[in-house]
Design a protein around this ligand. Structure first.
Ligand code: GLP
Length: 239
């Protein structure tokens, strides 16, 4: 794992440069998308670069990590809505090339892995991290060989995410998420974490044992993972 530590603003800018490089070398790259508050600044920077003509998504494809079960893409807390609103509506990607798992059509979630494979596999997967170490919505205990599947959300995750809803009762109880294996299949991975609330879990997944109790710890075994941290998130790292 390569660790990059900088200010919150610079972390977003430096991660955005990875997209510039990737798409310059491979204009039809397959991008793995993430939601949450962490990637918002990165997406703003990608929109700026796209408008400035420094990056083009016109031949790119994207596959997002996860979605709440039961929310239509038009719901303002669905991850499809988030992606359209924060990124896709503002860049030159073709909407038909963007994929977010459906939270409504959930009969065969593993079909999503087939679609990713058919598109050539993910070139660069973006990740945030939950305070319990979840990536996508793979909560502690998720098997390493999991493909896209339905999960029951931990109460703690629902509480943390309830800040986006009017009450915790409105936070869905289940989600569909790429599995750990789906994520590990990506050719390269960028994990971003900012803020002091992530400092403990950042230390645990980078310096602690590789354990299903800390899902992100498996990234220690991925050959091309970069971790972008601001100073607060990196505060407890020993090296
Ligand atoms: C959610 C998402 C994750 C995300 C995490 C952290 O649970 N499913 O993909 O990484 O939250 O979110 P934030 O960036 O808002 O801290």
């Amino acid at each position: 794992m390569k660790i990059i530590i900088d200010t919150k603003e610079n972390v977003a800018k430096r991660a955005a440069q990875r997209y510039v490089e990737l798409l310059a070398n491979k204009p039809d790259a397959v991008l793995g998308g993430a939601t949450g508050s962490t990637p918002v600044d990165l997406y703003k920077e990608l929109v700026r670069l796209n408008k400035a003509g420094e990056i083009s998504f016109k031949d790119a494809k994207s596959f997002n990590l996860d979605e709440y079960v039961g929310l239509e893409g038009t719901h303002d807390q669905s991850y499809r809505y988030f992606m359209n609103d924060n990124l896709f509506n503002h860049i030159d990607i073709k909407m038909e090339n963007t994929h977010v798992p459906s939270g409504i059509d959930i009969e065969c979630p593993e079909k999503y892995d087939e679609e990713i494979k058919a598109a050539g596999g993910v070139d660069m997967q973006l990740l945030g991290i939950g305070v319990d170490g979840h990536i996508g919505f793979n909560e502690p205990g998720t098997p390493w060989d999991s493909l896209t599947h339905i999960v029951e959300l931990e109460q703690n995750t629902r509480e943390v995410n309830s800040r986006f809803f009017s009450s915790i009762d409105e936070v869905p109880t289940h989600a569909v998420t790429m599995g750990i294996k789906t994520i590990m299949n990506a050719r390269s991975i960028i994990l971003m974490a900012t803020g002091s609330s992530k400092a403990e879990i950042v230390k645990a997944f980078i310096e602690g044992p590789i354990t299903t109790e800390v899902p992100a710890s498996i990234l220690q075994l991925h050959p091309f993972t970069e971790v972008y941290l601001d100073y607060d998130a990196a505060a407890l790292l020993s090296k």
